[in-house]
Write a protein that binds this ligand. Structure first.
Ligand code: MN
Length: 236
């Protein structure tokens, strides 16, 4: 495991992302799990699992699903430093990964296999998440490549059947940061980012409601009826 690719891709004089100690200390305590929602060129969710002192990382375009019948593409990307787990903010637009980053879920993970290193090399890692949003058993399975690439970077993230399996869309139901309760737009606003672009990654249902229908000055019955109808449709 090495952070050399992580360091090559970034200019730490410009990006606020952590450089990482590089000491790659193996923790004796529980292993970190984090998912960062990242409104870059394309919206995606970065799943990171601590292993051998770094965060193994997969970009999941559609984010996690709690439905065991759904397979989510997960492209493995460069290892990240452990310090990255709590990074939330804005990467400048011209930098690698430019855009807004949210800590969407955080916690710990437990390998389900006796030899997780062998499982990773084989491309079939079974693990249990102990997050604030995600819980229970998942698997990451390496595929032969999306579109015939075969570079070994393409995996599928799948929920196992257990008490936490569900058909609810967790990305829509729980869109906020687990560390700041902010939406992407709020994180962008607080860090000088592109608020409108960040907001395109927030669910439409969470967007600020349109300006209320202005109170009509008409006191006629027709006027108040119209207002009622307007109120109804505004609340839909
Ligand atoms: Mn990313």
């Amino acid at each position: 495991m090495s952070l050399s690719k992580y360091h090559q891709k970034r200019n730490f004089g410009v990006t606020p992302e952590p450089k990482g100690s590089g000491k790659a200390a193996k923790s004796k305590s529980a292993l970190i799990y984090v998912i960062q929602k990242h409104r870059a060129t394309q919206l995606h969710y970065d799943l990171r699992l601590e292993w051998n002192g770094v965060l193994l990382s997969w970009a999941v375009p559609k984010g996690p699903s709690l439905d065991p019948s759904v397979k989510r593409l997960a492209m493995q990307v460069e290892d990240h430093p452990k310090e990255y787990a709590t990074f939330e903010g804005v990467i400048p637009e011209n930098e690698y990964g430019g855009g807004t980053v949210m800590v969407w879920d955080i916690g710990t993970w437990t390998p389900e296999q006796t030899d997780p290193q062998a499982a990773l090399e084989k491309g079939d890692l079974k693990f249990t998440l102990h997050g604030k949003k995600l819980h229970g058993s998942f698997v990451l399975v390496r595929t032969r490549g999306f579109g015939g690439g075969g570079g070994g970077k393409s995996w599928l993230l799948i929920k196992h059947r257990d008490q936490y399996a569900s058909d609810k869309d967790i990305t829509l139901e729980a869109p906020r940061s687990v560390v700041s309760r902010r939406l992407l737009a709020g994180i962008a606003k607080d860090n000088g980012g592109d608020v409108a672009r960040a907001a395109t990654g927030d669910p439409a249902s969470q967007a600020k409601p349109a300006a209320p229908v202005s109170a009509t000055t008409s006191k006629s019955k027709a006027g108040s009826k119209l207002q009622k109808v307007k109120r109804k449709s505004a609340g839909a």
